[in-house]
Design a protein around this ligand. Structure first.
Ligand code: GDP
Ligand code: MG
Length: 334
């Protein structure tokens, strides 16, 4: 798809920037869900072999814009090799509204408002490849608030919302219960190229989070260890467009240098169990709204990054490529 269609074409309306309305954002309030209900919902996902993708990013990582970029691409791009089927019935009613809102904000070239703590998005979407030989992939994106995830940091652990850990627990591998070839959850770990907290603190946040799921003990039993060990991982360096002048070559070099905690996740893992990459939602501009509050205008919406992400996600989940390389390509490697 040509980028020309995506260029922001209302340059002169900055005074008219609509004020962001929090109530336009639909998320599930965690305190309306009991732990049993959370388990039931996730057991439903396991039962229909729906691939769980759980996004982990701390405030201002770019998680909301990342999801918006994915949902926008899924809805609007007509060149892709698959159809997106968005789900709107239980438990995805609110997630569907959230998805609509994300697309609407992107259409208006505005960023999605700040995500309130104590909330959750469950966005259900199925990828149906045009190639009939490829299986549809049922997905659920589980999006917790960055502010809640921040509480995994050791000094803040006593503020950790038990419903957040209940969500992680509910992602548990069904193989713990029966051995029927479980779908392994995918953790999508998102770290910004330039963290407002600085590299060390951003790294410490991931370190503390990952140590928690790898080693947190209840009654001398590591509560999440199978989840940590058996999950697949996508590690994304977001806001990659800030890598002007190519100071860092690629996400792998970046992670090695600045996010050692994230590098330990992939150490020793089979390379078909993880993906490491860069992400950018496009060209952004920081502006002020009518109330002089900071907001972001999206000048150009990227097509290449979400395209690559969806392809990699499909392959990581199914082991099959959405764009199988042809005979000649296999022979000559192009
Ligand atoms: N340059 C650039 N900035 C981004 C990008 N994604 C997010 N940002 C910036 O990061 C801020 C936080 O993004 P947001 O998606 O709200 O982060 P969240 O708190 O993780 O949900 C935005 O307001 C943008 O200023 C990107 O792809 N490129
Ligand atoms: Mg957010």
């Amino acid at each position: 798809m040509s980028d020309v269609n995506n260029f922001f074409n209302q340059e002169n309306n900055q005074q008219e920037n609509p004020v962001i309305k929090e109530q336009e954002v639909f998320r599930i309030a965690l305190n309306t869900l009991s732990t049993d209900e959370i388990t039931q919902i996730f057991d439903g996902f396991h039962a229909e072999k729906r691939q769980i993708v759980i996004t982990i990013g701390f405030p201002a990582a770019g998680k909301s814009l990342f999801l918006s970029s994915l949902m926008y691409y899924a809805e609007k791009n007509s060149d892709k090799k698959w159809n997106a089927k968005a789900l709107s019935s239980y438990p995805f009613e609110q997630g569907d509204l959230a998805r609509d809102t994300m697309i609407k904000f992107f259409d208006n070239k505005r960023a999605y408002p700040v995500t309130p703590p104590g909330t959750l998005d469950l966005i259900g979407i199925d990828m149906v490849p045009h190639n009939r030989k490829l299986k549809p992939l049922k997905l659920v994106f589980v999006d917790l608030a960055g502010d809640d995830l921040r509480k995994f940091r050791v000094p803040l652990r006593n503020e950790l919302n038990p419903q957040v850990t209940a969500v992680l627990k509910a992602c548990r591998l069904k193989s713990d219960v029966n051995n029927s070839n479980p779908i392994r959850p995918i953790f999508c770990l998102i770290t910004p190229f330039e963290s407002p907290r600085g590299h060390d603190e951003e790294n410490a946040l991931f370190d503390n989070f990952l140590n928690y799921i790898a080693g947190h003990k209840v009654n001398n039993k590591k509560e999440f260890e199978p989840l940590y060990e058996k999950s697949k991982y996508i590690i994304l360096v977001s806001q990659w467009d800030n890598n002007t002048d190519f100071v860092v070559k690629d996400a792998e070099s970046y992670i090695r240098k600045y996010r050692a905690a994230l590098h330990t996740v992939i150490n020793g893992r089979n390379s078909n169990q993880y993906v490491l990459g860069e992400f950018s939602v496009g060209d952004l501009e920081d502006v002020k709204d009518r109330d002089n509050q900071p907001m972001v205008l999206i000048r150009r919406i990227a097509n290449d990054y979400p395209h690559k992400f969806w392809c990699q996600l499909y392959e990581l989940a199914t082991g099959k490529s959405l764009q199988p390389r042809g005979f000649l390509a296999k022979l000559f490697g192009f």
